[in-house]
Design a protein around this ligand. Sequence first.
Ligand code: GCU
Length: 334
Amino acid sequence: IGALVLSASLLVGCLTGLTGCASIKSGKRIIRISHAQSETHPEHLGLLKFKEYIEENLGDKYEVQIYPNELLGGAQKAIELTQTGAIDFVVAGTANLENFADVYEVFSMPYLFTSEEAYHEVMNDVDYMQQVYESTNAAGFRVLTWYNAGTRSFYAKKPIYTPDDLKGLKMRVQQSPASVNMANAFGAAASPMSFGEVYTAIQQGVIDGAENNELALTNNKHGEVAKYYSYNKHQMVPDMLIGNLKFLEGLSDEEYQVFLDAALISTQEEMLYWDEQVEAAKQIAINDMGVEFIEVDVGVFQDKVSEVQQEMLDDNPNIRELYDHIQEINKKYA
Ligand code: GCU
């Protein structure tokens, strides 16, 4: 099925000129990257740098093609394609990785990071993160770098001021057990589905809302169908650039270094745009879409889920080390 989806998408790509089919004949190894965002999103801009750097340094051998907008399927499908080597890279949130390596559950903990500074410091520590990145080797893929995906909050068709307002609301979460637990702990009725399905599900009233960073309102147009965004700030969940392990291990040491450098450069590029795009998204959401941003008492949301971190630690010993490490960094910025 994966191959079918890919060939169908490539066909569409050829017809619309997206993939540059001529280059398939050029003898270069085509590297395909899938992601879920639009072509103006910081991640796409970061990936353009990735492409540029690879082609500058290894352009006689490789051509990098970027497929945005879930063109090759939602995160879970695209991860499967990367696992089998049907495509080479995918960008996906850590929630999607929990089924492959349960250490990634830690990022789904509500209020794990206590500041953006701590979040960035943990994620930018390339040496420390290696052991985490290698945890999916057995599944046939490995993380090369992370991308900032901001802070997640709830948004819905009706205003949410306190956790009581979430009671009975069907809220979309990412497709992971820990994400489901998180939303349920807030009192909502968690409804897991892929990112690309969320717009229609809200529009048709299948769900009442979702939770994400501000860019979901504009880049993914959710602000057209959900008019209230409440800053309860429950998570900072990173996105990961994931590569097929066989492909990565088949590279020479020099080539592998070029890919690693390209990945780091893409992260720096992505981060450059994040804050300004969030600011711009807010203005567009308010002025053009009529979205209301609500400042809430974050403390009452924290209280509501105060047991969840301990429960998760009890259930999954594999997150303990990374959790403790993050707490140390949190303290630095307290
Ligand atoms: C963010 C994140 C994506 C993720 C999405 C989601 O947009 O950057 O990687 O897929 O949220 O909630 O599914």
